[in-house]
Design a protein around this ligand. Structure first.
Ligand code: PHB
Length: 390
């Protein structure tokens, strides 16, 4: 059965990019329902903005996006959806991917079909090592954590604790934080790994309090999980006790800021995109957001991950004349640089991950609205986690 299916995948790949192809399909796998639906929605918004600006055709071929809902981390289902997209829809690209296990699961399929997979979010360093056909336009935990850990050490914090979701990106965040903070002279007094589906954070808050740490570094997937964690931090008196709260910007992403409210006011995070980023490219991105969707309040790192991901897909199509050979397509964007709404970016030719500026941002209330105000920047940051330990 498996062999027959893979055979079909291979046969489908032969049809991909045939000279007469008038429609090039991109299969997007992401949560479009459930608690993480904001990921799928913002991917869709980023795609729509790019297509509104650049049109729906490249070199005479129409680019069509086909969406499949995967509401949570579920690698078996991700693989099944990818297989259906490749075999039945005959997609020339896979894209999207919110959760690391879902991105990792499709490696054998993209290799068999020889199509690229453009990752709009999943942020564990090891993903791009699993296939030469992955390209990533989001971030990695290593990329955002190294500058943050150095910053925390520079503030004079001596004792820190980590609290992360117990899977790929959380473990990368913990490892990156510990390695960097300890190198800078600090001590990590405890490392807490929380089940991905935790919603009661009180026991973890007690452990943080008991640890004697002056600061906590936390990573949880953006959305309801971070809301519950940030609320527990305040409700359990950690803020009052003077424990400082840091993490990558997933915790304070713009669509969640109104619900987080004062719980995160003054919090410093490190990240690659802020809606408040001052640049012409971001202004025009936000203007298009408002024009198409009535408001740019949802503009966040995942909208920009998708927007830049479509830029790569369009470039791959243009540079390969619409004949999608996965390896050649990926080769065509290695080393490519452009100005993203987040700032200047480059596709690193070795890791196929996006090099970018990482910003330290502080949550402030400006004209009544919470925002991530950029305070410092670190240009051209690579994925510090690529091939670490190999
Ligand atoms: C991931 O699973 O890689 C992931 C999910 C949500 C995030 C960041 C990373 O906010």
């Amino acid at each position: 059965m498996r062999k027959a299916l893979l055979g079909a995948v291979f046969a489908a790949s032969l049809g991909v990019g045939a000279a007469d192809a008038a429609t090039i399909k991109v299969g997007v796998i992401a949560p479009f329902s459930g608690p993480f639906a904001m990921f799928g929605q913002t991917f869709k918004e980023g795609i729509a903005i790019y297509q509104a600006e650049h049109g729906k055709t490249v070199g005479g071929d129409t680019v069509e996006f086909v969406f499949r809902d995967l509401d949570q981390a579920n690698p078996a289902q991700s693989k099944a959806l990818a297989q259906e997209l490749i075999v039945k829809e005959r997609v020339s690209f896979l894209a999207g991917f919110t959760f690391t296990p879902d991105a990792m699961a499709v490696a054998p399929l993209i290799d068999e079909a020889n199509i690229p997979a453009v990752i709009f979010n999943a942020a564990t360093s090891a993903i791009t090592e699993k296939s030469p056909r992955y390209v990533r336009t989001s971030f990695t935990l290593w990329q955002n954590t190294v500058p943050l850990a150095n910053h925390i050490a520079k503030l004079g914090v001596k004792k820190a604790i980590t609290a992360v979701s117990d899977y790929g990106p959380g473990i990368d965040g913990e490892t990156a934080f510990k390695a960097t903070f300890e190198k800078a002279g600090g001590a990590v007094v405890d490392t807490i790994r929380m089940p991905l589906k935790s919603n009661d954070f009180a026991p973890f808050m007690q452990r943080i309090k008991d640890s004697g740490a002056e600061a906590v570094y936390a990573f949880l997937p953006a959305g309801p999980t971070t809301l519950a964690f940030a609320k527990a931090f305040t409700d359990n008196g950690l803020k009052e006790k003077g424990i400082q709260f840091f993490g990558p910007g997933d915790i304070t992403q713009e669509p969640d800021l109104p619900a987080l409210g004062d719980a995160v006011l003054g919090m410093t995070t490190s990240f690659h995109y802020s809606q408040a980023h001052e640049s012409a490219a971001n202004k025009s991105f936000l203007a298009k957001y408002k024009e198409l969707f009535g408001s740019s309040d949802n503009a966040t790192f995942t909208s920009v991950g998708a927007y830049d991901g479509v830029h790569l897909i369009y470039t791959m199509i243009a540079k390969t004349g619409g004949k999608i050979d996965g390896l050649k397509a990926v080769e065509a964007v290695k080393g490519m640089s452009w100005e993203s709404p987040r700032g200047p970016v480059t596709i690193d030719p070795d890791s196929r991950h996006i090099r970018q500026t990482v910003y330290l941002r502080t949550v402030e209330r400006v004209n009544g609205k919470l925002q991530n105000t950029e305070k410092a920047s670190f240009a051209d940051q690579p994925d510090f986690g690529y091939k670490v330990g190999k």
